[in-house]
Design a protein around this ligand. Structure first.
Ligand code: SF4
Length: 122
């Protein structure tokens, strides 16, 4: 077991690596909390996407969710944490038990961050 300990509030690589798509029912609506409409873009049908998560910069930089604050790999937070969409809620929870461990490490590799094992984090 490595000495490396990482929490999602130190990492944030997944918020700056993958497309985040969700059902339109998760958007904020009059009288109900949800993802702010201004932070999402319509994808197709009932599917919307977090702005920035499908954007590839011309210089090859990874995408970055519009709601992500801070520096990846140092200190990050989600500006809509309580209203974040279901893929974001599920990813961290499932990565912590190894189900998305490979995806977590792909995102980290994209940012030049060292590989983790589940027992090294959370
Ligand atoms: S909504 Fe929050 S948790 Fe989800 S990708 Fe964006 S910054 Fe990350």
């Amino acid at each position: 077991m490595s000495d490396l300990r990482v929490s999602c509030t130190e990492c944030g690589a997944c918020c700056s690596a993958f497309r985040v798509s969700f059902h339109r029912s998760e958007l904020a609506a009059e009288g109900s909390a949800g993802v702010p409409v201004g932070m999402a873009v319509h994808e197709v049908g009932n599917t919307w996407r977090m702005v920035g998560t499908d954007d590839s910069a011309a210089d090859g930089k990874p995408p970055r969710c519009v709601a992500l604050c801070g520096a990846v790999g140092e200190s990050v937070s989600c500006s809509i944490y309580a209203q974040r969409p279901s893929p974001c809620r599920e990813f961290g929870a499932l990565a912590s038990v190894g189900i998305y461990e490979a995806a977590c490490n792909r995102a980290r590799a994209r940012h030049g961050l060292p590989r983790l094992k589940v027992e090294d984090s959370w």
